[in-house]
Design a protein around this ligand. Structure first.
Ligand code: NAD
Length: 291
């Protein structure tokens, strides 16, 4: 399985969760991986594990909210490897919001939009000119979320709003590359089909001091396990997906060259269709739930 032998993959938010699983899925198939992140400890652990697995991997500090960091990352990958075949704009955070949205700190809105939206825009601006200039096939994959792209999750208005914006940006990026007959394939990756067991619920571990709100995380949920317990209290079962499954879906989507990389269930599809039906019939919407 050396489908990506000699190819170069750059992953933002590459040190943990979906990004880390992508690093292994691509590395095991022969790709040289450049994993970029703000979490030095997680990058050190990734380096150690990749070495043990015999995977070619470089790490690089890159805060995707800083356009200069993304530009430097693209330059670094090019200078180290002389080519870039796959880019994953994957870095993302959860704001941990709970309660009425008018009670949230502006710092929560700004941090989440900074990473999830401006981070994607900065990554596009740094890499697309280089990918297009190579004049050969390459892939640009954006990690979105069904919570925003397909349904509105009422308890996570900040996160949902960022991922709605990300979907609009990704789909436009696809249309523009098609219209320009560019050699860059754009993909929209939706981790799932269930809640993916990653560090997303503990994003505060990488929250910069400048966005510290001075109050404890309002939702009280810091892990998938916390969420599982909360749902059990309400008699509901939380189904989860391992990030390795998401990485395998991403690999399959890139090899098949499809825009939508979206593992889903009948249940998640039904939630999306219920929203579309509400728009079609102009009936008032009903809140979708996590799952
Ligand atoms: P994660 O927290 O395990 O990984 C996110 C990574 O992004 C971390 O390594 C973190 O250090 C890094 N990061 C945070 N801020 C950054 C910044 N400013 N610059 C660079 N890197 C930064 O969570 P994950 O679930 O693997 O998240 C990956 C992507 O998947 C995100 O875009 C997230 O929104 C999306 N997603 C996750 C789920 C899920 O259920 N976990 C569902 C849908 C979409």
């Amino acid at each position: 399985m050396q489908e990506f032998a000699g190819q170069v993959a750059v992953i933002t938010g590459g040190a943990s969760g979906v990004g880390r699983s992508l690093a292994f899925a691509l590395g095991r198939r022969g790709a040289c991986v450049v994993a970029a992140d703000v979490d030095r400890n997680a990058m050190d652990a990734l380096e150690r594990d990749a070495k043990a697995a015999g995977i070619s991997l470089l790490t690089r500090r890159c805060d995707v909210t800083a356009a200069g960091d993304c530009e430097a990352l693209a330059g670094y990958a090019m200078s180290e490897h002389g080519r870039i075949d796959m880019v994953f704009a994957n870095a993302g955070i959860g704001a941990g919001e709970a309660g009425p949205m008018w009670t949230y700190s502006m710092k929560d809105w700004q941090w989440c939009f900074g990473v999830n939206v401006w981070g994607v825009v900065n990554t596009i601006n740094a890499f697309l000119p280089r990918l297009v200039a190579q004049e050969r096939k390459s892939h640009f994959t954006v990690t979105g979320s069904g919570n925003g792209a397909f349904v509105v999750l009422p308890d996570a208005p900040i996160y949902t709003a960022t991922k709605a914006a990300v979907q609009a940006i990704t789909e436009n990026l696809y249309y523009q590359n098609v219209a320009l007959k560019s050699p860059v394939s754009v993909h929209a990756l939706f981790p799932g089909p269930h809640v993916v067991d990653t560090g997303l619920f503990d994003s505060d571990r990488v929250r910069p001091e400048s966005f510290d709100t001075g109050t404890p995380k309002s939702s009280g949920i810091r892990s998938v396990e916390d969420m599982r317990r909360l749902m059990q209290q309400h008699g509901m079962e939380l189904k989860t997906t391992h990030p390795d499954e998401v990485a395998e879906a991403a690999v399959a989507g890139i090899l098949a060259d499809t825009f939508w990389i979206c593992p889903r269930t009948e249940e998640s599809l039904a939630k999306f269709l219920a929203r579309v039906e509400s728009i079609r019939t102009l009936q008032n919407p009903v809140a979708a739930s996590v799952g």
